[in-house]
Design a protein. Structure first.
Length: 330
């Protein structure tokens, strides 16, 4: 909607993970190094955790672009509440195997045959499990059992487990001790600091041909970092709305005041209590200031019953403005 107005080649702050926009913060570079180390080792489990919107999926997709396909066959699944048999079936399907009419034992047998076939071709299997915090203990145990597929001392399949912080807590359970013994590296992906937030914003803008129009004032970057806690997906959400607002206002400046206004507007749309979000983002110690994860992640997702009148109004206004400009040019 605003891309042509600012001379962008595409939308810089989309919410869908895109490896083309991967930004290597200190944390993301280190997490990527752990994944690459895991690939080099060719065995065991690598665990990457991070908050919702921290950039885990983009990180993994960036890695997959660099994986030598002639040596590694990668499959990725997004786990929901799968039981052990459902997980095994999903893993087999992700590697392109037909599991219709087969029970778990038969599926495991077919997986082993497939992995051995890859090995005979000089390749090995890589399984990436996203949203690993949703796995049941029994499903995690099935993943561990898959790592038993070996030829001599060579593992036939390696697994990367990617999930939210809850997965770290899950790994501390007693029943997870056997899996923990097979984890060769783990890393928790934290938020961006203020300098990285600026670099992240400029990186994404530069990717689409930004020529400092609009210009982000220093105070705006500080406000964006403070209000989003340095979480990339939240940064994307608020920056996308800031660019829309600048377009609607025919402005080439984005200020701290603009940022505060847009943040408040987003919270109104999502039905977030003003007192709670104000306290949450200004570091108060009051227990009632952080009542739920939903409020802390107010910019990450839209509740089913959220109010969207403000969004619709702004989009309608933008469409009307575009139509007027096109008529003028015509």
């Amino acid at each position: 909607m605003y891309e042509a107005h600012f001379g962008f080649t595409s939308k810089p702050f989309q919410l869908v993970p895109d490896p083309d926009f991967f930004y290597g913060s200190r944390g993301h570079k280190r997490a990527l190094a752990y994944l690459e180390y895991g690939l080099h080792q060719g065995e065991g489990f690598i665990v990457i955790t991070g908050e919702v919107g921290a950039g885990k999926t983009t990180l993994v997709r960036n890695l997959l672009r660099r994986v030598p396909q002639q040596k590694i066959v990668a499959a990725q699944i997004v786990s929901t509440q799968l039981d052990a048999q459902e997980l095994v079936r999903t893993v087999a399907s992700s590697f392109g195997l037909n599991t219709e009419g087969l029970d778990k034992t038969q599926i495991l047998g077919r997986l082993e045959v497939h992995f051995r076939s890859l090995y005979s071709e000089g390749r090995r299997a890589l399984l990436i499990v996203d949203e690993a915090q949703n796995l049941t203990a029994q499903a995690v145990e099935e993943l561990r059992m898959l790592s038993n597929f070996q030829i001599e001392a060579h593992s036939l399949v390696q697994s990367f487990l990617v999930g939210q912080p809850e997965f770290r807590e899950m790994m501390q359970r007693q029943e997870m001790r056997q899996l923990k013994q097979r984890i060769i590296a783990s890393y928790h992906l934290g938020p961006l600091d203020e300098a990285e937030t600026r670099a992240y914003i400029e990186h994404r803008l530069t990717k689409v041909g930004w020529q400092e129009n609009p210009r982000f004032q220093k105070g705006a970057i500080e406000a964006i970092h403070r209000l989003t806690d340095g979480v990339p997906r939240r940064i994307n959400t608020i920056c996308d709305r800031l660019l829309l607002a600048a377009f609607l206002g025919n402005s080439n400046e984005i200020t701290a005041a603009n940022t505060e206004d847009i943040f408040n507007e987003l919270n109104v749309e999502l039905g977030i209590n003003r007192d709670h979000q104000f306290a949450l983002h200004r570091g108060t110690n009051e227990s009632e200031s952080t009542p739920s994860n939903a409020q802390a992640d107010s910019l990450n997702s839209v509740p089913a019953n959220s109010s969207i009148e403000v969004s619709l109004a702004r989009i309608a206004e933008a469409l009307e403005l575009m139509a007027r400009r096109q008529n003028t040019l015509g």
